[in-house]
Design a protein around this ligand. Structure first.
Ligand code: GRF
Length: 200
């Protein structure tokens, strides 16, 4: 069974969906460690509730981003992680960290990339007035929300949608496709060919 390391800065609802899917046997992975850059991230509580090692790593304790990320890598290696999952991790991954886990690190983004990269993507899409937005799972590369796309799902923007109602439906899709992408990886079904991820 492959081991996951999850990085999260906030609520951790995606983390919860992944833990639940693994407990139900829907995905053949074990969440081995959860790491956060926020001491009070609820994601850490969720991990603890499931007896998963929960580690706070304080960026402020390190003089450079590289050193901080080396500490993260050390912890991932200690827990024999072979797939890193960014789930609401609110920092841009540095060059060395991205290189270390090239093809082995995923992120979920609440819009259809390459539209609306960056922060509050659902809000950017809503304010732009698009009729369809969605969710993207992609491999992480250096750069913000730029890596090869693994899975995408469209979410319609309805006439009576508020920012909040749209976000809720986007989250519901996230909880489905993140576990799916992880399971495809666990089964060895994802093949990266340049920018394209083939599902074999
Ligand atoms: C999600 O909307 C995800 O797309 C984005 O950050 C949010 C994390 O939410 N990258 P949660 O911490 O999983 O609840």
């Amino acid at each position: 069974m492959i081991k996951l390391g999850v990085l999260a800065s906030g609520q951790g609802t995606n983390l919860q969906a992944i833990i639940d899917a693994s407990l139900k046997g829907e995905i053949e992975v074990e969440v081995s460690v959860v790491i956060s850059d926020k001491r009070d991230a609820y994601a850490l509580k969720r991990a603890e509730e499931h007896s998963i090692p929960a580690i706070f790593i304080n960026r402020g304790d390190f003089s450079s981003k590289e050193e901080y990320e080396r500490e993260i890598i050390k912890n991932l290696q200690k827990h024999e992680v072979s797939l890193v999952i960014l789930a609401g991790y609110m920092r841009v991954v540095g060059k060395e960290f991205a290189k270390e886990y090239k093809g082995k690190m995923m992120n979920i983004h609440p819009a259809l990339l390459p539209s609306f990269p960056g922060l509050k993507a659902w809000e950017q899409a809503y304010n732009y007035g698009v009729k369809v937005s969605g969710v993207t799972v992609h491999f992480v590369e250096e750069g913000v929300d730029t890596g090869p796309v693994i899975l995408q799902r469209a979410v319609e923007v309805k006439e009576d949608d508020t920012l909040d109602s749209l976000l809720q439906r986007i989250h519901q899709e996230e909880y489905k496709i993140y576990p799916q992408a992880i399971q495809l990886f666990a089964q060895g079904k994802l093949k990266i060919e340049g920018r394209r991820v083939r599902i074999i």
